[in-house]
Design a protein around this ligand. Structure first.
Ligand SMILES: C[S@@+](CC[C@H](N)C(=O)[O-])C[C@H]1O[C@@H](n2cnc3c(N)ncnc32)[C@H](O)[C@@H]1O
Length: 448
């Protein structure tokens, strides 16, 4: 018998370890979803296209969704880094299929872009899902892509700004000039670092109007990504649904933050520390009392972890014979272009070659936490937009069955190789008596 992290038996009726019960199905997820039976899936956990192309005319989009008509013709060109697949949020008919295949009360965790989360949420509602909460993955490391208003005013006036100083790197290390996307006067935030060859020039406003608007920009530093927590309608009460289908509730105890875990970025003091006399305990409700449980802090709708490191993204791919591609191929940009040098250009932008050429790889620790939150032990997780397979790694490594769908043939191979490598590595580690928490395994740490 094989046991998962929680001590549950994870061999199926045929004696197969559930960690071998994963597959990546190539092709359009709609076709794969249509092959699955009603009420057969325990959770949908996915990082779909965010729809970061030019915003579609909203009334036309809503009309198309009301009529269940195609919406592709409304998409602006490209999405994140010009990717065609990212131009539009998934059509409600994909979410309708997800809801159909989910068991009553089954949860969906669906990532979304900050500025298109509204459309993703509406598409989910059109698909029949009930929105329950909005989660935030905190990274603290996004890069502001903002127009410098003062520079834009000078550029429009054709006024040349005087160089009055140079930025000094805070840690004494030289700046990475590949991050310098400026062309004089383009007004980009990084533009104040001067032209690529010139380094980090500080310039003074040239016109009175530019002086008036010095310090004004157009965007904040993006440090969080939202994800919708949604649910297929229950089949009765929560208790009845859980008993009949195993779905409808969240696994709070499996997702508590250990005290001191940076995944919880809020105050670190323990409730027990505020005075644990008998009267205090009596005044606390069952929820607060549970927060004192030794298992850790009650999970919240925020989770901090850094973006996936290069070593995490690449692990197992050389062994599987995935051929490297140039970093600029990975991000779909021409070598030497300003877009490639942009720090938002994604995975592999600065590396000479990468094997995991997916531009939007999620961290395994984050996906592991989310899968645990919404999936009953041994349950089936579906990711209709599998990309390089991170949800599959999280699910399979923790003893959940997994079906992922992926359109792009190269990403299919990468996802299969990563899941295979990580599930085997996890088992080896467990057999050596190592960590029992997938997020703690050395496989998932380190790197750039
Ligand atoms: C945001 S990425 C997922 C990345 C993933 N979270 C990871 O860690 O690698 C979305 C993926 O969905 C795929 N995709 C887009 N539309 C699809 C569709 N209709 N069917 C299947 N896959 C699709 C894209 O090729 C892309 O790889």
């Amino acid at each position: 018998m094989t046991r998962d992290l929680f001590g549950n038996d994870i061999t199926d009726a045929e004696g197969v370890d559930l960690r071998d019960r994963w597959e990546i199905r190539p092709g359009d997820c709609l076709a794969t979803l249509r092959e699955l039976e009603d009420d057969s899936v325990d959770a949908v956990v996915t990082d779909p296209p965010y729809g970061l192309g030019k915003p579609p005319p909203i009334a036309d989009l809503m009309r198309a969704w009301c009529d269940d008509a195609d919406h592709d013709h409304l998409a602006g060109s490209g999405g994140f880094m010009g990717r065609k697949w990212d131009a539009m949020v998934p059509h409600p008919r994909i979410w309708r299929e997800c809801v159909r295949v989910l068991k009553p009360g089954g949860h969906l965790v669906v990532f979304a872009g900050q500025r298109t989360a509204d459309l993703m949420g509406v598409a989910l509602r059109f698909g029949g899902a009930e929105i329950r909460d909005q989660l935030q993955w905190l990274t603290y490391s996004g890069f502001p892509k903002a127009l410098d208003v003062s520079k834009a005013i000078d550029a429009a006036a054709g006024a040349e700004r005087e160089v009055v100083g140079r930025y000094q790197p805070p840690n004494g290390k030289p700046w990475n000039l590949r991050n310098d996307t400026s062309t004089p006067g383009n007004g980009g935030t990084m533009g104040k670092f001067g032209a690529r060859s010139g380094g980090m020039d500080i310039t003074a406003p040239a016109t009175p109007e530019a002086a008036q608007w010095e310090g004004w920009h157009t965007a904040l530093k993006p440090c969080a990504e939202p994800a919708w927590l949604a649910r297929k309608p229950l089949g009765g009460t929560v208790a009845a649904t859980v008993l009949e289908h195993g779905t409808g509730a969240l696994n709070i105890d499996a997702t508590r933050y250990a005290y001191g875990d940076p995944a919880w970025p809020g105050p670190q003091e323990r409730h027990a520390d505020i005075g644990r006399g008998k009267s205090t305990l009596l005044r606390l409700g069952p929820i607060q009392a549970a927060q004192m449980a030794d298992g850790g802090r009650w999970p919240s709708n925020v989770y901090y972890c850094p973006k996936a490191s290069r070593s995490e993204r690449e692990a197992g791919l050389a062994e599987a014979g995935i051929e490297p591609v140039a970093g600029f191929d990975a991000v779909g940009r021409a070598e030497g272009s300003a877009g490639l040098d942009n720090p938002r250009a994604g995975a592999g932008r600065a590396a000479a070659t990468v094997r995991n050429s997916h531009p939007t790889v999620k961290p395994i620790a984050l996906m592991s936490w989310l899968v645990r939150l919404v999936t009953p032990p041994g349950g089936l997780v579906v990711d209709p937009f599998a990309g390089s397979g991170t949800t599959g790694i999280a699910a399979a490594s923790q003893g959940f069955r997994f079906i992922g769908c992926e359109l792009d043939e190269r990403f299919v191979r990468i996802a299969r190789a990563r899941i295979d490598w990580h599930t085997k590595g996890f088992r080896d580690e467990a057999m050596r008596g190592g960590s029992q928490d997938v997020a703690d395994l050395p496989l998932f740490g380190g790197g750039s």
